[in-house]
Design a protein around this ligand. Structure first.
Ligand code: NAD
Ligand code: TYD
Length: 353
């Protein structure tokens, strides 16, 4: 049995679905169901006894302790976080509470549980912390990609809060010998991503006839990782990762935002053309840049490939096409997550565009 946190979010739900197709080991899924958590992501495993969902916070020491004591998991994987940079700029408080204080309380509960295990269970236990490449800061176009040895230089409240959580996880290894692993991945994309992030937002806005907002000049570069490749990497790190180590996970797909949006438009032109016959690129709108916007992220994933034999299987073209098709096939899911609080966010953040 493993316990995962944040398993109703984008990556966490993909991980649960993926885990249950490759493993017969049950999953306890602890998720606070914030605006980003959605049990509809897990609808295809409704009634599957191997999935036990618990609504609650990683910051609730007593609840986490109860779950650990009751289910005796051999691993905890921490996906739970506030994850959207723009929201962290508008209001950092939740990021500090969940990503820093929450991770600290989770570590405390796990440490207390782990200390009481017998020697063999102690040796086999793992705490895997899922983090981001954004902790390393920003790159110039000709800088080498991020290695695990790069210094931490976070630039947004989101990345600073994730950096803090990574430091806590590291400290629990060095101070208490808690068997931890940390992964730092690049931008994920794929099914079930909340349409506040670039790729699903563009697909949703395009199909709704709304502007496609590009921050600044659109030449910021991200290294896109298909979420199912990410899930496979996490399973590999959990199985064979060296204790106390961090592993960078990237898609080997560096693309400028404007190129990503134009590619999405051309896939949509083909799969779901506009009724007026015009290209979706007509909806592209340049808007004010994000404050402190990191120019480029790129992952050097040679460590995970060399040590654990993992590398991404998906190409960007194919992954993006599958993703667009998934959103086209799952419009009711999109309608449900884009009502209510989401409308409020869009109104506040993008104003009148
Ligand atoms: P997400 O925002 O889609 O999902 C986060 C999930 O965590 C939600 O289900 C939410 O309800 C839950 N949650 C929030 N606060 C909680 C709390 N206090 N207790 C329990 N659950 C809580 O995020 P995601 O994109 O799936 O990201 C998952 C992890 O991967 C995060 O740690 C994020 O920092 C990291 N990451 C994401 C990306 C990306 O491109 N999406 C890239 C790098 C790293
Ligand atoms: P995002 O998906 O928010 O991920 P992150 O900020 O964690 O990289 O954004 C990806 C890139 O797309 C980032 O450079 C910001 C840019 N972006 C836009 O240009 N317009 C948008 O409306 C959004 C949400 C993002």
């Amino acid at each position: 049995m493993i316990l995962i946190t944040g398993g109703a979010g984008f990556i966490g739900s993909n991980f649960v679905l993926d885990w249950l197709t490759v493993s017969d080991k049950p999953v306890i899924n602890l998720d606070a169901l914030t605006y980003a958590g959605n049990l509809e992501n897990l609808a295809t495993i409704n009634g599957d006894k191997r999935h036990i969902f618990v609504k609650g916070s990683i910051g609730d020491f007593d609840l986490v302790t109860k779950l650990l004591t009751k289910y005796q998991p051999r691993a905890v994987i921490n996906f739970a976080a506030e994850s959207h940079v723009d929201r962290s700029i508008h209001g950092p408080e939740d990021f500090i509470q969940t990503n820093i204080v929450g991770t600290f309380r989770l570590l405390e509960a796990v440490r207390t549980y782990w200390n009481k295990l017998d020697d063999s269970a102690k040796r086999n236990f793992r705490f895997l912390h899922v983090s981001t490449d954004e902790v390393y800061g920003t790159l110039k176009n000709d800088d080498p990609a991020f290695k695990e040895s790069n210094p931490y230089m976070p630039n947004s409240p989101y990345s600073a809060s994730k950096a803090s959580s990574d430091h806590l996880v590291r400290a629990y290894y060095h101070t208490y010998a808690l068997p931890v692993l940390t992964t730092n991945c690049s931008n994920n994309y794929g099914p079930y991503q909340f349409p506040e992030k670039l790729i699903p937002l563009i697909i949703h806005n395009a199909l709704s006839g709304k502007p496609l907002p590009i921050y600044g000049d659109g030449q910021q570069i991200r290294d896109w990782l298909y979420v199912k490749d990410h899930c496979a990497a996490i399973r590999q790190v959990l199985q064979d990762g060296r204790l106390g180590e961090t592993y960078n996970i990237g898609g080997l797909n560096e693309k400028a935002n404007l190129d990503v949006v134009e590619t999405l438009c051309s896939i949509l032109d083909e799969l779901s053309p506009r009724t007026d016959g015009k290209p979706y690129t007509e909806q592209i709108t340049f808007v004010k840049d994000r404050p402190g916007h990191d120019r480029r992220y790129a992952i050097d994933a040679t460590k995970i490939e060399r040590e654990l034999g993992w590398k991404p299987a998906e190409t960007f073209e194919r992954g993006l096409r599958k993703t667009v098709q998934w959103y086209l096939d799952n419009q009711p899911w999109v309608q449900n997550v884009t009502s209510g609080a989401y409308q409020h966010w869009v109104g506040n953040h993008y104003g009148t565009i």
